[in-house]
Write a new protein. Structure first.
Length: 759
């Protein structure tokens, strides 16, 4: 029998209710009719509360979950006397019951790091299996780590399983394919890898499958025909998009962005009967879309940007409007503004690399590959020979030069210590996010430079090439052997720093490859006094981005064409994607970055690139604390090897992004706290004072180029980003979603209908 504490709130409430009923029975003739209804409602509440009192075992299970999950805020304050079935639902906790059993449990935390090493995913799901009547189980952002155990199949009635934004790794267990009642399966934002169990026959009613942000692949999953939403973004799926997707006549959303798909885009994807949202961006898709392409009437969003596509856009996706948004930048297409497209040679070379067969198929096409590799071998051989000649000439010329003129004359006398990066442990490999391979196509490959190469590039670090000399190190402009311009950053090391740990750091830095970051092209380590055991200087080679800062594109009227509203939103989306990459490329993420608008550069295609972002240092000191030491002297908190709270750093990045958005919208930089406060108040009022006030807050340079709904969405997310309370600031994923929604509602700014609306 369930025991209830005599002084518990529910008992006191019931005693009070009974007293009310007794009083009502004594004077019923003097009460109005609605009083009897009140008595009836109170009686029903009392009976229902009694009927829905959880069994002791179910209550104990929730309290054990509270301990296993390290007392997340959502479960704070729960005790043996809590009536779980009558907890008011909130964004962080929702519990539903039937009889004396829990049928729905949803817990959302904000944990950005894994639970302690004592945590066991097996113990967690053993405990959860004591809730066999669950139909909904959602455990989001709780720091859960480890493999997903096969005992997840013990929930025979489960319809919704959401384990997103945790640290689960390994293969998705085969047992999950036996859960025939599943309608929604969301495993996004973990570190799952390998192939996906066959879901085509075993999960007949699965409507939503979200596997985004893992390391799954390379094989495309086998899917049932009842899917409505399919999200595979940020994984390692490769090969051609399968023809079997044509059978998914209920599919409304397909997001396969940031994978390694190759070949032509199947035309049927645009004409699936229910398709509304199609994102194939950041893959290796090549070729030309057919001019007579047929599109579904419900299609509202298409993103085919950053692929290897050529030719023009078919008529059915040719123009943006309030009902259809199309993004196609970063290809070699003839449609749209040429500044956002690449040269044909880029797509031709990339397409050739993308269609080469994998290793297990090479034996089937030896004759074709023989010709390809023969040509490639001749080119490479010639390049090597030419490079050797140039190197010998360079060394000969250098031998006669005055060694005292070199910035590193002592290091030249010794052989530069260049070693292979150390092998990562399995745990580090699991924690390295798949984001490291996103959007890197076309970037110059990372390499190790010699000191001779960098002295040649900078004219032996001549003072005339010095760009900056400060706490962040010395920055020199230089020209590499291929003729491209680069920036060389010189960092002095603290004495007695381990070369092995430094190489480990360089291995991590080499993974920072993203089209929205100023890319690091390579490094050079200069040895210290004791040779191979220590290093004195690290030289980092960055790409040179020479089309100005984002602010200059907003303010320099005479030098360049002003950015209109769609270009501005696109630019900030690029910044947000760069931030998202930094926050996910390692665990923990790279946070607390220097994101002011002067540190956002634009290249010739107006692609935004973040400079001065933090560089990760995952080193161990004698106390074995990861990240507790930086090898670099004279570094500021916002620079190399910074240590700070992960959650605080993420929220600070969101705040800085909000300031960039603020200037993008209003054209006014907030140069003091008082100016910022004034702009915030004005923007907040403009949301309630009517369209005229909101339009009046926009930069006059974008007048007539924006849809009011698009601007309003951007203003709302901006105000959230710059909230004084960090806990109220959105996640980077939320910011991206809102910015992309702002793009979707952009109302055909070139059409006459839009112009008349804005007038």
């Amino acid at each position: 029998m369930t025991r209830i504490h005599a002084h518990s709130p529910i008992v006191r409430h019931h005693h009070h209710s009974i007293h009310q009923i007794k009083m009502a029975s004594l004077s019923w003739r003097s009460k109005p009719r609605f009083f009897y209804l009140s008595v009836f409602v109170l009686l029903c509440f009392f009976l229902t509360a009694s009927a829905q009192q959880l069994s002791p075992s179910q209550s104990k299970t929730l309290l054990r979950l509270q301990r296993l999950l390290e007392f997340p805020p959502a479960l704070a304050g729960l005790t043996n006397y809590t009536n779980f079935c009558f907890l008011p639902p909130s964004p962080s906790l929702s519990v539903a019951c039937s009889g004396d059993r829990i049928t729905q449990l949803a817990i959302v935390g904000g944990r950005r790091i894994p639970l302690p090493s004592s945590f066991s995913s097996d113990s967690l799901f053993t405990t959860l299996s004591r809730l066999p009547s669950l139909t909904v189980l959602s455990l989001v952002s709780l720091g859960i780590w480890g493999p997903l155990p096969g005992k997840v199949d013990r929930f025979a009635s489960l319809k919704v399983l959401n384990l997103s934004s945790n640290f689960l790794h390994g293969a998705i267990p085969l047992e999950i394919s036996t859960m025939s009642s599943l309608q929604n399966l969301v495993l996004a934002g973990n570190s799952f890898n390998g192939t996906i169990p066959d879901l085509k026959k075993s999960l007949p009613i699965l409507a939503e499958l979200d596997l985004g942000g893992n390391r799954l692949g390379p094989d495309f999953p086998s899917l049932g025909e009842s899917l409505v939403t399919l999200v595979l973004k940020n994984n390692s799926f490769s090969g051609k998009i399968p023809a079997g997707l044509a059978a998914l006549d209920q599919l409304q959303k397909l997001d396969a962005a940031s994978n390694h798909f190759v070949g032509w885009i199947p035309p049927f994807l645009f004409s699936l009967p229910s398709i509304r949202y199609l994102d194939l961006s950041a893959n290796h898709l090549a070729g030309q879309l057919p001019a007579n392409l047929s599109c579904s009437g419900d299609l509202g969003y298409v993103d085919i940007s950053n692929n290897l596509l050529i030719g023009g856009l078919p008529r059915c996706i040719r123009s943006n409007s309030s009902s259809l948004v199309v993004l196609n930048s970063g290809n070699c297409m003839t449609s749209g503004d040429s500044r956002y497209q690449r040269s044909n040679s880029y797509c031709n070379a990339g397409a050739l690399a993308a269609i080469l067969p994998p290793a297990d198929e090479k034996s089937r096409s030896k004759s074709k590959l023989g010709l390809i590799f023969g040509i490639a071998g001749g080119v490479v051989g010639g390049a090597v020979l030419l490079g050797l000649v140039l190197f010998l000439v360079s060394r000969t010329r250098r031998a006669g030069a005055n060694p005292e003129s070199s910035m590193f004359q002592k290091s030249i006398a010794r052989k530069t210590q260049v070693q292979a990066s150390p092998r990562r442990t399995p745990a580090e490999t699991r924690h390295m996010s798949q984001a490291a391979s996103v959007a890197t196509l076309g970037l110059t490959p990372y390499r190790v430079f010699s000191i001779e190469e960098l002295e040649e590039a900078t004219d032996t670090f001549d003072p005339s090439n010095l760009i900056e000399d400060g706490p962040r190190g010395q920055f020199y402009r230089g020209w590499l052997q291929d003729g491209s311009m680069a920036v060389v950053r010189c960092l002095k090391l603290k004495p007695k720093h381990s070369l092995q740990s430094l190489l480990k750091c360089m291995d991590l830095i080499s993974k920072l490859r993203h089209r929205h970051l100023v890319s690091i092209l390579g490094h050079c380590i200069v040895s210290g006094q004791d040779g191979a055991n220590a290093a004195s200087t690290v030289l980092l080679v960055f790409e040179h981005v020479q089309n100005g800062t984002l602010r200059s594109h907003l303010t320099e009227w005479r030098k360049r064409e002003m950015m209109k509203w769609p270009q501005r939103v696109s630019a900030v989306i690029g910044v947000a994607r760069g931030i998202q990459f930094l926050h996910t490329v390692t665990v923990p993420g790279i946070v607390g970055n220097d994101l002011n608008i002067e540190n956002i550069l634009l290249d010739q295609t107006l692609t935004t690139k973040i400079r001065n972002y933090n560089l990760p240092v995952l080193l161990k000191n004698k106390n074995n604390k990861v990240g507790s030491e930086s090898p670099f002297a004279k570094m500021e908190d916002s620079d190399f090897g910074s240590i700070q709270s992960l959650d605080h750093g993420e929220k600070e990045d969101i705040y800085q992004l909000g300031l960039i958005l603020l200037e993008i919208i209003t054209g006014k930089p907030a140069e003091s706290q008082s100016e910022l406060d004034s702009l915030k108040v004005q923007l907040q009022k403009s949301l309630t004072d009517g369209p005229a006030k909101l339009k009046g807050m926009a930069d006059p340079a974008i007048c007539g180029t924006f849809a009011l709904g698009s601007l309003k969405t951007a203003v709302e997310i901006t105000l959230n980003c710059i909230s004084e309370d960090p806990s109220m600031r959105p996640s980077i994923d939320d910011v991206l979603w809102n910015l992309q929604y702002s793009v979707q509602v952009q109302d055909g700014w070139g059409s006459s209908e839009n112009l008349s609306t804005q007038s």
